[in-house]
Write a new protein. Sequence first.
Length: 118
Amino acid sequence: MPHYLVSGFFPDNFDPSSVTEATVHDINALNDELEAAGARHFAGGLSAPNQAKTLRLTPSGEVLITDGPYLEAKEHVGGFWILEAADMDEALAWARKGVAATRGQVEVREIFFQPSPD
């Protein structure tokens, strides 16, 4: 079965203290539902983008580490689910519940899986 990345987005000025107990309850309920259905492989929230580190390969072959996210944007990924679903329609059905639970927006993308040749 295909796997999907469901990414939740927050505005860059998101204040975690603004999250209500009702939102936390709804997210936990959705995670319980995903687990019971066997659809959730992993879920997690991410630290603020200003805590990110970006690594780039320089022309000389060295790896340069800089502070902050790779892309400058008005929004950032705040958390994600890795789901197993029969198809995009099923993944979108779960994502709709994610939007309702987080009171935010999400993006759904299929994860391309290339099995090891051995």
